[in-house]
Design a protein around this ligand. Structure first.
Ligand code: AMP
Length: 193
């Protein structure tokens, strides 16, 4: 299965992505994780994106697209994948379409996790205490939510038009959210064989 998990920062994408990946035997590919690992290891890419991610802004599309194309070329992604945090802009949607079309592939489903705005801010500030992410301060959280609303949220419409979008309620207990996701994706997985 080729999947995208989509939703506001703090909607629970990362947590659910690992569970989905395990159930369907596909790698979870998070562009945010890739950037954080590069920043931690102080690579050239890390140096390039450190200030951008710390401010809650988006890394330029060409940089992000190139990273995803490389990652999708790896062996473990040939049978399917789950993209978490990508695509985030209309240009990234087009780039992904082109990458997949080269291999005669396409996305099977886009899962959108919906969570109330207030709950999102609470979750992100709590995560800031636990994980100490540089981009989880209140000011940066607000900026990331703005960027999401402006650049990423409108993509839901694009995926809905393609009949790819499934919305799942991301509120409540993590296990309950997982159960809702599996209920939505199991039939698609079964149909793909
Ligand atoms: P995330 O862990 O998905 O919230 O991503 C953390 C940060 O990495 C974002 O706030 C952006 O600065 C950067 N980032 C992650 N994915 C993308 C993407 N698809 N396009 C641009 N920037 C991204």
């Amino acid at each position: 299965m080729r999947l995208i998990i989509f939703g506001a920062p703090g909607a629970g994408k990362g947590t659910q992505a690992s569970r989905i990946a395990e159930r369907y035997g596909v790698p979870a590919i998070s562009t945010g994780d890739i950037f954080r690992a590069n920043i931690k290891n102080n690579t050239e890419l890390g140096q390039q994106v450190k200030a951008i991610t710390a401010a809650g802004n988006l890394v330029p599309d060409d940089v992000t697209n190139a990273i995803v194309e490389d990652r999708l070329a790896q062996d473990d992604a040939q049978g399917g994948f789950l993209l978490d945090g990508y695509p985030r802009t209309a240009a990234q949607v087009h780039a992904l379409d082109a990458m997949l079309a080269k291999k005669d592939n396409s996305i099977d489903k886009v899962l959108m996790l919906t969570v109330d705005n207030e709950e999102i801010v609470t979750r992100l500030l709590k995560r800031a205490e636990i994980e100490g992410r540089a981009d989880d301060t209140e000011e940066v959280v607000r900026e990331r939510l703005n960027v999401y609303a402006r650049e990423t949220q409108p993509l839901a419409e694009v995926f809905a038009t393609r009949h790819l979008l499934v919305e799942v309620d991301g509120m409540g207990e993590v296990d309950d959210v997982t159960a809702r996701i599996f209920a939505a994706l199991d039939p698609i997985h079964a149909a793909k064989g």
